[in-house]
Design a protein. Structure first.
Length: 528
């Protein structure tokens, strides 16, 4: 509700991106409640004091929840730097409302629990779920006894992923995300088949001289260029001054097909006045020549060939143009919707990649500020880079190109995936205090307690983002699929790789006193 209200207050309209925000807020907000509820049940079961349990979840989980929402908001907020108005609006609204989710969950959940009766055994028995308990015990066994195997599997996994990444290609089609049976898609494909597409491609020619277009040599060069460009099957027949003169010559000879030819210089002097306005018909070439007759254009229609082929096509056409219209005598530019879309897509992808990097840097800064330890930054960030590598590899193996609708996944997934690491490390550092710096015991306790919430939230997020599969828009479907599987890999990484790394640096934790300071507050005695 707040997200829709924010859009109204800021004057934003519902678009393909902003339309996803309300369900996103639900998907992102529910994990907050899961962590708060699980902590409340854990606290209450340990000492039986409901008010004390509520007080402690606000103090402990509240701080961790603030940081997790902050990092998630940072992941979405990096879209603001893209300068694309749709992405900027998406980033602003999501960032504001993710922090709003923090306030709502931290206030509403404890208030509701304060009015409810004290939890009964049936309410807290989910903490002892046999399947999840067995899963966590196996995770503990693996990180205690098989860390070398974990690292080996991770390195092999990353190696395979890098091969998958090598298969990734960057491209984009104007109708790429439209369903194949949609009337728009069907109609555009029909026009591609019949008239080589509908996307405009324009070649603008500046002769650098007034009346320069009206010279026979210039018009002849235009004709030669059009003959040269016939070698590209993606292009339709061109429309230009040259084509107009061919039609005029054919009309002069009673419309006979064999007379559709470029006129001679003598024929041009007779035909041209009929097209330029010297007669009562008016200027029939005004769509192709400016009032000074210095500028002209050649208009084509091109198929939706994708940004990769469009880049190749543009460069090849430019090379052909420069052979006929040398730069020292003419100024030629290639433009049109086809070229603008290609340039815009490349620009957007580069900006979104920058936003991913910025998200990683911002979250690393947050972690450094809290932990005052470079090692803790590495430990928190590294396991959550693995899911991003997996996602990129999945795109390579599944032949999903990097395009504006898929590159969104990385910032979103990283911002959400790092939440588990923050909750785990918050609990871990509190456990270090309670166990007098015993890293092994702290890791075991942290895995057993936060692991339950991590699994619950992973399941919720997997199916929460999975609902986007119901969308008929390809970009939304890709977002749902890729984020869902990325977060499952993030769960495994935070349950196995993160604790393994903590145990590996055990000697540093023992020698550095500041390594065992809690993120926020020291743990209180359970009977306080």
């Amino acid at each position: 509700i707040w997200s829709i209200g924010t859009m109204v207050l800021l004057g934003y309209k519902i678009t393909i991106l902003t339309g996803m925000i309300p369900p996103l807020m639900i998907v992102i907000g529910v994990p907050n409640c899961v962590f708060l509820m699980n902590k409340f049940h854990n606290e209450f079961r340990s000492h039986g004091n409901k008010l004390q349990a509520l007080k402690r979840i606000i103090e402990k989980i509240g701080n961790a929840t603030f940081l997790t929402n902050l990092t998630t908001a940072a992941g979405f907020g990096t879209f603001i730097i893209t300068k694309n108005p749709f992405l900027v609006e998406f980033g602003i609204v999501t960032s504001i409302n993710i922090m709003g989710i923090f306030l709502v969950s931290l206030i509403i959940v404890p208030i509701l629990f304060s009015f409810f009766d004290e939890p009964q055994e049936k309410h807290v028995k989910h903490l002892d779920n046999k399947f999840i308990s067995n899963l966590l015990e196996r995770a503990v066994k693996v990180i205690l006894n098989y860390r070398t195997i974990v690292y080996t599997i991770v390195f092999i996994f990353i190696g395979i992923c890098f091969y998958g990444i090598s298969l990734v290609h960057s491209t984009g089609f104007i109708i790429d995300d439209i369903p194949k049976d949609d009337p728009v898609f069907v109609d555009l494909k029909f026009f591609e088949k019949e008239i080589k597409g509908v996307m405009p491609l324009e070649i603008s020619i500046n002769t650098l001289n007034k009346k320069g277009v009206m010279k026979y040599s210039t018009i002849n060069k235009i004709n030669k260029l059009q003959e040269e460009l016939k070698k590209y099957p993606e292009l339709s027949s061109g429309t230009s001054v040259s084509e107009g003169l061919k039609f005029a010559r054919q009309a002069y000879f009673n419309g006979k097909e064999e007379h559709y030819q470029f006129p001679t210089s003598q024929e041009l002097n007779f035909i041209l006045p009929y097209l330029t306005g010297s007669t009562e018909q008016g200027n029939l070439l005004k769509s192709f020549i400016d009032t000074t007759s210095q500028y002209t254009r050649i208009s084509y229609r091109v198929e939706d060939v994708g940004t990769l082929r469009m880049n190749e096509l543009r460069d090849s056409i430019k090379s052909d143009v420069l052979k006929i219209f040398p730069e020292e005598k003419y100024k030629v530019s290639i433009t049109g919707s086809a070229v603008v879309f290609t340039e815009g897509t490349s620009y957007l992808i580069n900006n979104l990649i920058s936003s991913v990097i910025l998200a990683i840097i911002l979250i690393a800064i947050f972690m450094a500020w809290l932990s005052k330890s470079f090692r803790m930054v590495v430990v928190s960030i590294t396991p959550n880079l693995i899911p991003l590598v997996f996602t990129a590899a999945l795109m390579g193996f599944a032949d999903i190109p990097i395009k504006p609708s898929t590159v969104l996944v990385f910032s979103i997934a990283f911002g959400i995936a790092v939440d588990n690491a923050i909750h785990y490390l918050t609990k871990y550092r509190l456990e270090l205090i309670n166990t007098n710096g015993n890293v092994t015991e702290a890791v075991i306790n942290s895995t057993r307690e936060t692991g339950v919430s991590m699994i619950y939230t992973a399941i919720i997020l997997f199916f929460g983002f999975g609902i986007f599969q119901a969308s008929s828009f390809g970009g939304t479907q890709a977002l749902g699929t890729l984020v869902s599987f990325t977060l499952i890999v993030a769960l495994l990484s935070n349950l196995l790789v993160l604790p393994s790394m903590l145990l590996t640096i055990e000697k540093f934790a023992k020698t550095k006193k500041d390594e065992i300071q809690p993120f926020f507050i020291e743990d209180e005695p359970t009977n306080a």
